[in-house]
Design a protein around this ligand. Structure first.
Ligand SMILES: *Cc1c(COP(=O)(O)O)cnc(C)c1O
Length: 369
């Protein structure tokens, strides 16, 4: 689905030197690259604070902890997402309340949120799924009306933007009360192991987030709150500093692949190409098609037989996962989410794809479907 080896080959000298430098100085934990990376990412996202952490799942957990949510508090989020978004809610003994997504853009359907709000609702966690922004303007208006914080799950959309009706454009990961991202190797800004970050414009929240990510420590060996241990390794920060400079270029390469696929699959009766929210720059973490009147399992097998990987993101929506069977979530039916789950299929998309590969994939896909 991705080609991280070819991508590495192109930046190998720079990356190898940066990694060797960290090892040479034994700056493994909290080395200068971590601080520099936090500053550079803050500059890129145009956000006041970036706090690096161990992975995207931790970022979400720490964000919820920093907001001071209490057991039983409700958190509104889509079910059509990667499990990490929801798992941390349950882990903190909070209650996930699932709402629908749009069947064309796959992102949270803001019109379904208000009905899910109760006096116990304490946060909304929208997910910029597959690489484009949630429709933030109506979401922010609703959050303001009910005085609810927004935690953006930006793990799949770093580099994407959202444009408001007044013409102001912001980066995803800079709009919420808090935003979270992941540097898992296959993400749009991936490191060479695990990594994540938490963003906020709120000074007090930034302090709280830093403290929670560092054992709740206010000064060395003085622990004011229960926290956790979540750090970005210096080696990962060193790699990320190099790759951050290439992020826009990487996003453009992905968009080119998406354009190619869009054209190849246009107007096919069994294929719906991914809709692009007109207010967002789509950075295509995934290229996800909807297919109708086709045996998806058979299609995946036939593609695999000729060496073409494909994936279903995700085969089981969160509200139907076994982990929630005993939690009595009183989740209502989510027909759009279920409908999408049965129809999505994602094709390879990454920064190193060439026309030959794309022609091979599209011609076989069209033949098999
Ligand atoms: C990858 C991902 C995460 C979790 O990130 P990790 O770094 O793997 O913990 C969270 N949410 C979404 C939507 C993701 O795609």
């Amino acid at each position: 689905m991705v080609d991280l080896v070819s991508q590495y080959e192109k930046i190998k000298p720079e990356v190898d030197t940066a990694i060797a430098n960290v090892i040479q100085k034994a700056h493994f934990i909290k080395g200068p690259d971590v601080l520099e990376f936090e500053k550079e990412l803050a500059q890129y996202l145009e956000v006041k604070h970036v706090i690096a952490c161990a992975n995207g799942t931790d970022a979400l957990q720490i964000a919820l902890m920093a907001l001071g949510l209490q057991p039983g508090d409700e958190v509104i989020t889509p079910s059509f997402t990667y499990i990490a978004t929801v798992e941390v809610v349950a882990l903190l003994h909070l209650k996930p309340v699932f709402v629908e997504v749009h069947k064309d853009t796959f992102t949270i359907d803001v019109s379904t949120i208000e009905a899910a709000i109760t006096p116990k609702t304490k946060a909304i966690v929208p997910v910029h799924l597959y690489g484009q922004s949630v429709d933030m303007e109506p979401l922010e208006a609703l959050a303001k009306k009910y005085n609810l914080p927004i935690i953006e799950d930006n793990a799949q959309a770093i580099g994407s933007t959202y444009t408001y009706s007044n013409g102001i454009t912001k980066k995803t990961g800079s709009m919420g009360t808090i935003a979270c991202t992941s540097f898992f190797p296959s993400k749009n800004l991936g490191c060479y192991g695990d990594g994540g970050a938490i963003m906020t414009n709120d000074d007090a929240l930034a302090e709280s987030i830093k403290m929670i990510a560092n054992h709740g420590q206010s000064k060395k060996y003085y622990h004011d709150v229960v926290g956790c241990n979540s750090r970005l390794d210096t080696i990962q920060a060193a790699v990320l500093r190099i790759k951050l400079r290439l992020l826009d270029q990487y996003c453009d390469a992905r968009r080119k692949v998406a354009d190619y696929y869009d054209q190849a699959f246009a107007n096919h009766p069994k294929i719906t190409t991914p809709a692009r929210n007109k207010n967002s720059k789509h950075v295509f973490h995934q290229y996800t098609l909807l297919i109708e009147n086709s045996n998806r399992d058979e299609l995946i097998q036939k593609l695999a037989d000729v060496g073409i990987p494909s994936m279903i993101y995700y085969p089981v929506p969160a509200h139907k996962q076994k982990m929630f069977a005993t939690l009595q979530l009183d989740t209502k039916e989510l027909p759009t989410t279920d409908w999408l789950t049965e129809r999505v299929i994602s094709l390879p998309i990454h920064t190193e794809m060439d026309e030959e590969q794309l022609a091979y994939i599209t011609s076989h896909f069209l033949k098999f479907i």
